[in-house]
Write a protein that binds this ligand. Structure first.
Ligand SMILES: Cc1ncc(COP(=O)(O)O)c(C=O)c1O
Length: 385
């Protein structure tokens, strides 16, 4: 199998699997229990918190574990707006992950004023439109750090400056940037930041919210004192321990992965652009996650490409994993102004730690042929594009 869908999820690193297996066998205590096996579980959670905090460039006290990146996004947005009853405005972008976009829609349904700031054709937020959208009534601005579909990285320092000038807090969804580009949460200037374990070779079903000290925030899961009262519910100890291990080994891999994966992705990009006529690159040429490639294969339906690649054991995605089961054209591709027929022909390839030169060779052998074959049997007219 050639797995090129690392933005959807990453394989578990074997070191993480080992750590989780050992923990699972030996430690079943409830972290809230006061006898030794309970204390041990709590200790392991706090050790994981230390590793996650170090990897994201934050203090241990600012990290709260959640049940997913999605939950951390919900907690950040609903928790801040709930804590600031005098602020009835929320500002976000048009290219957010559904975890933010649908939470924004929920706020709208509850009577909040929500402004969706547009992006340009590279997927970069329009800072003038952001400036016009933020007012003293704005409680929170939520703009993602890097986009999951096209990889564009946002100018978060500018977003923070504009929001803070008006007294608004800032949340960023860093699920896709964490582990792929170097940053420190404390230095980004944001008040809240979301990360997720399964995008950094850790287990699924565990995420974390970074909360800068002093940020007003109310819990939205009620029923217990866990995570210092922010996230009720017995902790997913095994998941958290796995997340901690994935974060602990992240810096050990970071530089080597960065160099190697940039080389692999560049080779794939150059090879595809040379071998496949009429393809359109989506995203920012420079300010993007280097391991994400999004292309429109003009004249084709992306599902046909995806399924043909799957028969050869190659896994890619159409747009984002979350929109895989929906018939709708991706809102991100719409927001960057892509024609609907281009959007419907878009395939995303995203590389990760376990990809090899052989993987790229295989894709370069197979994909140009698939595209040529599909175009031959489809009614496409190259002159149209
Ligand atoms: C940008 C972004 N935000 C949030 C999420 C959701 O994270 P989780 O899968 O942990 O709920 C994802 C997952 O694809 C994502 O790409």
């Amino acid at each position: 199998m050639v797995y090129l869908d690392n933005n959807a999820t990453t394989p578990l690193d074997p070191a993480v699997a080992d750590k989780m297996a050992n923990f699972m066998r030996e430690h079943f205590g409830n972290p809230s229990s006061l006898y030794p096996i309970g204390r041990k579980a709590k200790e392991m959670i706090n050790e994981a918190r230390t590793y996650v905090a170090a990897a994201v460039g934050a203090s241990k006290a600012s990290i709260y574990f959640t049940g997913s990146g999605t939950e951390a996004d919900n907690q950040a947005i609903l928790g801040v707006m709930d804590a600031l009853p005098d602020k009835k405005e929320f500002v976000t972008s048009t290219i957010e992950h559904p975890a933010v976009a649908e939470t924004a829609a929920y706020l709208e349904s509850k009577g909040f004023k929500v402004t969706y700031v547009p992006v340009d054709s590279t997927g970069t937020i329009d800072l003038d439109a952001l400036r016009a959208a933020v007012s003293p009534q704005t409680g929170l601005v939520s703009v993602m750090h890097a986009n999951n579909e096209i990889g564009t990285i946002q100018p978060i320092a500018d977003v923070v400056r504009i929001a803070h000038e008006q007294g608004a807090l800032v949340h960023t969804d860093a699920v896709q940037s964490f582990g792929k580009i170097a940053f420190r949460a404390d230095d980004l200037g944001v008040d809240l930041l979301t990360i997720s374990s399964h995008k950094i070779y850790g287990p699924k079903g565990v995420g974390a919210l970074y909360v800068r000290k002093g940020t007003p925030l109310r819990p939205f899961v009620h029923g217990g004192h866990q995570e210092r009262g922010l996230r009720a519910g017995t902790e997913n100890t095994i998941g958290i321990v796995g997340f901690g291990e994935a974060a602990r080994i992240l810096p050990l891999h970071f530089e080597a992965d960065k160099v190697r994966l940039r080389r692999l992705t560049d080779r794939l990009k150059t090879g595809l652009e040379a071998a496949v006529p009429k393809i359109h690159f989506n995203g920012h040429p420079k300010h993007r996650i280097p391991t994400t490639l999004s292309y429109a294969f003009l004249g084709l339906e992306s599902e046909a490409i995806l399924l043909s690649l799957a028969t050869k054991g190659i896994c890619v995605s159409t747009g984002s994993a979350c929109s895989e089961e929906s018939e709708e054209v991706s809102h991100v591709l719409q927001a960057i102004g892509l024609r609907p027929e281009f959007a419907r022909s878009t395939v995303r390839m995203s590389l990760g730690r376990f990809n090899t030169e052989d993987d790229v060779t295989q894709v370069l052998q197979v994909l140009p042929e698939i595209v040529a074959k599909l175009r031959k049997i489809s009614a496409w007219d190259p002159a149209e594009f």
